[in-house]
Design a protein around this ligand. Structure first.
Ligand SMILES: [Zn+2]
Ligand SMILES: [Zn+2]
Length: 226
């Protein structure tokens, strides 16, 4: 059977059940061979804080974060955020192809289900109501669908953008933390944050800061890409 690749749209023969490092048991092949070849699993020596591949124990960016905040994150990611992965995320988030959430589901589950089980709270990074309206789904809960029953989606909330746009740039930087907590106490609990991509680290540091302020014992994070 011929199918169109969900990322590049090329027509390809999807008959072969493929077995490779990335998806040993995946039944339906949603990506062409060319796209699959561009997926880079993160491996080797990594920064202890952000999980990027580097020979430095703590990378330069994370040294900056450690100065800015009085904690350090422990982030783990699965895939290198290369050009192909940028295309994948664009197709998933902005074109809105919700089927793409399935591509890395099995691999994410294999690698992280134990971490997820061991955490007291598993919190996906929220998106604003407006973004949810436009996109129709939260890309993070989609990617980590296998862990949905463990997710607390109400505790962490994101401020609406309008609220911030009234402020000038300086006030904005001061009040830059976009996140706040509601409901359940996370005091003395371990929290695992889930996100789609670790880029600058701003989102995860902001959310971790809010959680630590509320008494969290330890905050770790997992992202699909880094
Ligand atoms: Zn393709
Ligand atoms: Zn780092």
């Amino acid at each position: 059977m011929f199918n169109n690749c969900l990322v590049c749209d090329n027509l390809f023969n999807s008959d072969h059940h493929f077995s490779d490092l990335i998806w040993p048991n995946f039944k339906n092949n949603p990506l062409c061979q060319e796209c699959r070849n561009k997926i880079e699993l993160l491996s080797g020596e990594k920064c202890e804080d952000c999980g990027r591949v580097t020979s430095e124990k703590i990378c330069q960016d994370c040294l900056y974060w450690r100065k800015k905040f009085d904690f350090s994150l422990s982030n783990h990611s699965l895939i290198c955020y290369n050009d192909w992965m940028k295309k994948f995320m664009h197709q998933y988030k902005f074109v809105g192809d919700y089927r793409l959430r399935l591509v890395f589901l099995e691999k994410l589950s294999d690698k992280f289900k134990n971490t997820i089980i061991k955490s007291d709270f598993v919190i996906p990074i929220p998106i604003s109501k407006k973004t949810l309206q436009i996109r129709g789904f939260n890309q993070v809960t989609g990617l980590f669908d296998f862990a949905r029953s463990r997710m607390s989606t109400k505790i962490l909330q994101v401020k609406p953008k309008e609220q911030l746009s009234k402020l000038n740039r300086r006030q904005r930087l001061k009040k830059e933390n976009l996140f706040y907590l509601t409901g359940s106490s996370i005091e003395n609990k371990s929290v695992l944050l889930l996100d789609d991509v670790y880029t600058t680290g701003t989102t995860l540091h902001q959310t971790a800061a809010v959680l630590y302020e509320a008494g969290a014992k330890k905050v770790n994070s997992i992202t699909l890409a880094r």
